[in-house]
Design a protein around this ligand. Structure first.
Ligand code: CP
Length: 310
């Protein structure tokens, strides 16, 4: 069961995912109104606690909270007492003492949201932790595929890129397999986890074979700032072998869609043309991120707070 927080897709049952998606489609309707606001979380407080940069996730959590009439506080680590060496855990407990109804956390170290969640009365939502998980990204990706294809069950989903270091890949592999899709992965051998098949996926060396007959082709962001030259010889070679363009995409199904969590390195993971136009659904993913995060906040911040920790 979803319980008192959302830390990982791994923790969710299929029924939890179905409830979140169903709620998100209701929330999407609110975003289509002229006045995009409902009183559902009036009087509730949500704290965004981002220790790592973000455009999509942080902004969409803020908009989601505001559309539900919650009071949203964006905590800024660089302007906080963290600069006076207050620990992350003490910072989180201090914020929890102000009685928020949910705390959204992103950190570049895997496991930090869970460590904090164990100490807080407020439900914690993982907004991405290191190479571990990014559960709301996977849920908004599911939502986008349901919108496009009407189902997940029986689809073939190919994920391209840095499977070993990607929290988006980890969460999406779990999410799509739990919902009945066949998940394939492909990328440079240096970016493939050992015994990747134990994750329930089919691994490929050839992009053409991996996307053959696929319904959904998802390219992952390559961390050029960290990994170029370390895990692949050159950006040009990566792009030639694993970058997606319309010529390579013709091996997928005729109605296949292209996804990317963003930010896109244009001309690397996706050709410029694919990044902007159908069958790319990159901006639909962003749009659905607001509705999906409204659903998660509604389901979690609407609960009664747990007893505060001693
Ligand atoms: N997809 C994603 O997490 O993007 P941001 O880093 O901009 O939040």
């Amino acid at each position: 069961m979803m319980g008192r927080g959302l830390l990982a897709i791994e923790d969710l049952e299929r029924e939890d995912i179905e409830l979140i998606l169903e709620t998100a489609f209701h929330m999407k309707e609110v975003g289509r109104r002229e006045v995009k606001k409902v009183p559902t979380l009036r009087g509730r407080t949500i704290i965004n606690l981002f220790f790592e940069s973000s455009t999509r996730t942080r902004t969409s959590f803020e908009i989601a909270g505001k559309r539900l009439s919650a009071d949203v506080v964006n905590f800024s680590p660089s302007a906080s007492s963290l600069t006076k060496r207050e620990s992350i855990l003490d910072t989180a407990k201090t914020l929890d003492a102000m009685d928020p109804d949910a705390v959204v956390i992103r950190h570049n170290v895997a496991g930090v949201p869970k460590q904090i969640a164990d100490q807080l009365a407020a439900p914690v939502i993982n907004a991405g932790d290191g190479a571990h998980e990014h559960p709301t990204q996977a849920l908004l990706d599911l939502m986008t595929v349901v919108e496009e294809k009407g189902r997940i069950d029986g689809l073939t989903v190919t994920i391209i890129g840095d499977i070993a270091h990607s929290r988006v890949a980890r969460s999406n592999i779990q999410a799509f397999t739990k919902m009945g899709a066949e998940v394939r992965v492909v990328g440079p051998p240096t970016m493939m986890p050992a015994q990747v098949e134990t994750l329930g996926v089919k691994a490929f060396r050839s992009l053409r074979e991996a996307i053959d007959g696929a319904d959904v082709v998802m390219a992952l962001r390559i961390q050029l700032e960290r990994l170029a030259g370390a895990l692949f010889p050159s950006v040009r070679e990566y792009s030639a072998t694993f970058g997606l363009d319309r010529a390579k995409l013709r091996f997928a199904k005729d109605d296949a869609i292209v996804m990317h969590p963003g930010p896109v390195n244009r001309g690397v993971e996706l050709s410029h043309d694919l990044a902007d136009r159908r069958p790319s659904v990159v901006l639909d993913q962003v749009r659905n991120g607001v509705a999906l995060r409204m659903a998660v906040l509604y389901l979690l911040a609407g609960q009664k707070r747990a007893e505060a920790q001693a």
